[in-house]
Design a protein around this ligand. Structure first.
Ligand code: AKG
Ligand code: FE2
Length: 288
């Protein structure tokens, strides 16, 4: 099956419907390429200083630059883009809350071979999540155009329904070609991998992923984003980063304190999760 393609006017539920059907979707031209160029300009010193990967999975001609919230103010707008939060909220609507999982520019250099085809949810120590349980919803923003030639992400549409731990081959994949400013969505269950870069330019994408807030984050936001910068950020972004309780109690500080209030040293404007009423409502839902 081809990768579902949606216009930038699509809604979060439209994206969620495409993900339910095929495990992936491309929304074209969501932001002007100039916005990604600004992200690149803000990150340039960090991109230049990032070493290439040290194993085949990370890519020995690929640079992965993280900590994007602290390093690029414009990147924060991608992370909290209304279409993205709406779509992720629909895909992960079965949990009390979701949170940011990682932020990373993936810059694939010329000559890089294709990455092994995998599921991102294998990061959770290969835990066999039930077939109908989405733990993650992922995005890659095209910073450059993504082409078959330059290493566009390779996807196996529909493979979110496949058995777990399969070894799939490049021949089973299609390239997620898209112009700069577009965004690729895929669930943690979709088999995929970075494509081989057979061009003489760098393919760059901003990988921003989200997961249910009861799992450990892949990129540690508390240490990746300096606290002095974190204290200047809007509360909804801080909550998304994990300065919130996941479900009823996960992540509280000492005497059941709200992590955001500890960070800010004052009362937060937004309520933390952790409502007993919510937890009780969930018990009743499961009981019926
Ligand atoms: O950069 C890409 O196209 C995908 C990379 C990827 O899937 C990963 O590193 O997990
Ligand atoms: Fe991946």
């Amino acid at each position: 099956m081809p990768i579902p393609r949606l216009a930038a006017t699509a809604s979060g539920p439209d994206v969620a419907a495409a993900l339910a059907a095929e495990g992936c979707a491309i929304v074209e031209r969501v932001v002007p390429p100039a916005l990604l160029a600004q992200v690149r300009a803000e990150l340039q010193p960090y991109l230049d200083a990032t070493p290439a990967g040290s194993d085949d999975f990370a890519g020995r001609r690929t640079r992965r630059t993280g900590g994007l919230i602290g390093r690029s103010a414009t990147c924060r707008d991608l992370i909290t883009h209304p279409l993205i939060l709406d779509a992720v909220g629909s895909v992960l609507g079965h949990v009390t809350s979701f949170q940011l999982h990682l932020t990373q520019v993936i810059a694939i250099g010329p000559g890089e071979p294709a990455q092994t085809i995998h599921r991102d949810q294998w990061a959770f120590d290969f835990f066999p999540f039930p077939p109908d349980y989405d733990v993650q919803c992922n995005t890659i923003w095209a910073m450059t155009d993504f082409t078959d030639q330059n290493g566009a992400t390779r996807l196996v549409p529909g493979s979110h329904r496949f058995e777990d731990r399969l070894e799939l081959t490049a021949e089973q994949t299609v390239a997620a070609e898209m112009p700069a400013g577009s965004v690729l969505f895929y669930t943690g269950k979709l088999y995929h991998g970075a494509g081989a870069n057979r061009s003489d330019g760098v393919r760059a994408g901003v990988n921003i992923t989200y997961a249910v807030s009861w799992v450990r984050q892949e990129e540690n936001q508390y240490l990746s984003v300096p606290a002095d910068i974190a204290r200047t950020l809007p509360e909804p972004l801080l909550r998304l980063m994990g300065y919130a309780r996941g479900a009823y109690a996960l992540g509280y500080v000492d005497d059941l304190r709200d992590p955001l209030e500890v960070l800010l040293g004052r009362e937060a404007e937004t309520a933390s999760l952790g409502s007993l009423a919510d937890a009780e409502a969930r018990i009743r839902q499961l009981g019926t």
